[in-house]
Structures are given as C-alpha cells and as structure tokens.
Design a protein. Structure first.
Length: 326
C-alpha cells in the first residue's frame, strides 16, 4: 500500500556526512547531559512507598501535593491513576521514618481531620470520602536490582539484534544497525537527563520498544538494499544509488506505519494522564529518531563499511555442463 510513489530517487547518501555530523553532535550532547545531570529515577529504582487513593469526586491535585509536601518526607509525586478520581502518591525512602509508617502518616495528612472508619482505610463521608486502596513499599535494594535487571534486559536485546541481523544479512548491517539503535537510545536518555523527566520502569519498557521498532525499520531498508543488489537493474549501479533507491521506495511505507503509530502515541501523551505521560514521551522521541537513524545513520554506515553486491549475492555455482564447456 502506498500513499504516493516518488519517480526519481532522493539523493540521501549525498548528504550522509552532514546528517551524521549532526547525529554525532546530538549523541555527544546526550552523553554529556547523562554524565552531568544523570537520570531522575523514580522510586521503582531508588526505593520508596506508593499509596493509591480513591476519591468520591475529582480531587484538587495541587492541594494534595501541598498536603503531602508538608510532611517533609522527600520529593513526592502525586498524579492521576486510571481515572480522575484515582490518585497515586509516591514517596522516596526516608532514613528516619519507618517504611511501614509512611502510608499511615500520608493518609492522615490527606484526610486532614476527616473522620476515619473502623478499618482506618476510609475517611470522610459522601462527596468528601477518600479510600486507601493499597500501600506498597519498595526497598532500596529491590530498586537497585530492578535497575540492574533493566540494564541486563537492554544488553540482551542488543546482543540478540546483532546475532539476528548478522545471520539474516551480513556483519556490516549488524554493526550499523546496533550503532544506529544505540544512537536512538542514548538520545532518548539524553532528553530525560537534560529535562530531568522521571525515569520509571514504563519508560524503560518504552526504550526497549523503541529498540525493536528501530530494528524493524532498519530491516525493511536492509531488505530493499539486498533486493536492489540482486536486481539486474542495479547490477552495475554504484552503492549510493542502490541505497538511495532503497530508502526512497520505502518512504511511503515509512510514512504510513510510523505516522499512524505516532498519532496513537501522541494521543496517549496528551490524553493518557500523568501515569503514561513519560512512557508516551519516550516512545514519541524514539519513533522520530528511529526513522531518522534507520534511513540516514544505518544506511550511511553500511555504505561507509564497504558493502557491495558480492557481500549480499552468493555467486552462482557452476554446473557440470559449464565445467565441461570450460
């Protein structure tokens, strides 16, 4: 399916150096921000307490945040969770306060003198009712283990990508794709480090999803490059021309698939609430840079690594008749 067909190939590879210089600068800036600022991990990685509250009517989040901040238990996160009447309060580990007491103290502060029920999980009545749905605590050690597991998951995905692409295509494609995908991941992390956006497990999931998404786009372009090398039309064509045609002919497909995906991700970003906000933000950044890196970083690296028709097309074996004739 195509929205349009471009008759003349766009000379992407003529500007490959300029594009990759821009990519290198952005990559270095992202690394600098990661080193200087670091990531703003949430309590899933640093440890802390999560309190889920259910209100009878939509609450004033700013007021609740003020109530929680008055406890001086550290930097609190208060956000909608699922619906306008559900709230999620996250608090970091506080050395001088027992983890078991944090949920109780926070619930009392939110209730502000409203009458408690016998079970002490509900306060207020009617439209002022507040119900404590759950209280969960994550220790600092557990948070450290989650961070290590996340890094290990990222490493396993990268190794899997290298093996898959090396087996399906050729080592030049494997190396180029991994570099391009790491470029996407580091830039996403650079955005989170620069703006100090909260980095959670959902954001880590988005980063892993972006890796797979970028690989998919790279595989589509690599497949077309291989097809072009096998085609009689490009038997004597220079490598840049083969790659330009591969990117140009997949452009319509890229606009359809990535455009539709980006629309869905942006709808989550703007209408999905705070819980999914940073998840969608990471995906949106990853989709945009995934398109860019697959077409202009991966393809250019493949060209510079010296890919040729001989690397992708196996020579035809001589038959017995051919041997006799020679």
């Amino acid at each position: 399916m195509e929205f349009f067909r471009i008759r003349h190939d766009i000379p992407f590879m003529s500007h490959a150096l300029q594009f990759n210089v821009v990519s290198a600068i952005m990559f270095l800036l992202a690394v600098v921000f990661l080193v200087i600022n670091g990531l703003h991990f949430n309590i899933e990685f640093t440890g802390g307490t999560v309190i889920e509250l259910k209100y009878a009517s939509a609450p004033d989040i700013a007021k609740i945040r003020t109530q929680v901040d008055s406890l001086n238990l550290g930097e609190a996160s208060v956000q909608s969770f699922g619906s306008a009447t559900d709230l999620l309060v996250r608090l970091p580990v506080k050395a001088e306060v027992k983890t078991a007491e944090v949920g109780e103290v926070t619930f009392k502060a939110v209730c502000q003198g409203k009458p408690m029920n016998a079970g002490r999980d509900v306060c207020g009545t009617g439209a002022d009712e507040i119900k404590r749905q759950r209280v969960e605590s994550v220790g600092a050690q557990v948070g450290k283990e989650l961070a290590e597991s996340g890094a290990l998951a990222l490493l396993i995905v990268i190794v899997g990508i290298v093996i898959y692409l090396a087996a399906r295509f050729e080592w030049r494609f494997a190396v180029s794709t991994v570099i391009a995908n790491l470029h996407d991941v580091v830039i996403i992390l650079g955005f989170f480090a620069f703006f100090q956006w909260e980095f959670s497990l959902s954001v880590l999931a988005a980063v892993l999803a972006v890796l797979g998404y970028s690989v998919n786009e790279s595989v589509v372009i690599a497949d077309r490059i291989r097809e072009n090398f096998r085609s009689p039309r490009f038997r004597r064509a220079p490598v840049p021309e083969v790659i330009n045609n591969a990117i140009t002919t997949t452009l319509s497909r890229t606009i359809i698939t990535h455009g539709c995906t980006l629309i869905m991700v942006l709808s989550i970003l703007f209408f999905g609430g705070e819980t999914l906000h940073y998840f969608a933000q990471a995906l949106a950044i990853g989709i945009v840079f995934g398109i860019y890196s697959s077409a202009l970083v991966m393809a250019a690296l493949v060209m510079w690594l010296g890919v040729s028709r001989e690397n992708l097309v196996k020579p035809e074996k001589k038959t017995n008749v051919d041997k006799v004739m020679t």
